[in-house]
Write a protein that binds this ligand. Structure first.
Ligand code: SF4
Ligand code: SF4
Length: 166
């Protein structure tokens, strides 16, 4: 359970995720923000008005997936590093995942890195597509991963030169 491990279960994740239909249509935000905390920068930042917190600031964010265009602005504003953008619309077997990254050095576009799951385990090779630096906000890294891992990959780690994931 999330309360015991700090790692969301499949049930937690499925309940918070956009519909399969929306995921297949193009980039959309996912909120892995599972605790009732007084926080709302995501809602204030969204230019589409797609995020609702409710009258009580302790309520969890709710996404109107029909309004979200996957821009990732909310992701850069989230102090909890709890927001991701997933795009499963590609015709090939690759999905795009936009994720928060607050380490240095930053990766570079074109670089191969390890794709990590929520436990920090390496689960695949990933390729950096873009690194989006945001002034005074979290850097957003775009990575391509095997489509079947789009809902699992939530981090990356850089490799020593010449090493790779087997
Ligand atoms: S990804 Fe963009 S449009 Fe979607 S909720 Fe975040 S800020 Fe709003
Ligand atoms: S900004 Fe992040 S941590 Fe705060 S409510 Fe939104 S998703 Fe949760």
């Amino acid at each position: 359970m999330l309360e015991q491990t700090g790692i969301p279960t499949t049930d937690d994740i499925t309940a918070a995720a956009p519909s399969q239909e929306r995921l297949a249509q193009g980039p959309v935000a996912l909120f892995e923000c599972f605790q009732n905390i007084p926080c709302n920068p995501c809602a204030d930042a969204c230019p589409q008005g797609a995020i609702t917190i409710g009258e009580d600031i302790n309520q969890r964010p709710v996404l109107d997936e029909s309004k979200c265009n996957g821009c990732g602005i909310c992701l850069a504003h989230c102090p909890g590093l709890s927001i991701f953008v997933v795009d499963c619309s590609s015709q090939d077997n690759q999905a795009l995942v936009k994720l928060p990254y607050e380490y240095v050095p930053l990766p570079e576009a074109g670089q191969s890195v390890n794709a990590l799951n929520r436990k920090g385990e390496t689960v695949a090779d990933a390729k950096i597509k873009k690194v989006q630096q945001n002034k005074n906000k979290t850097t957003v890294v775009w990575v391509t991963v095997p489509k079947e891992l789009a809902m699992d990959v939530r981090g990356i780690s850089l490799r020593k030169e010449g090493s790779h994931y087997d």
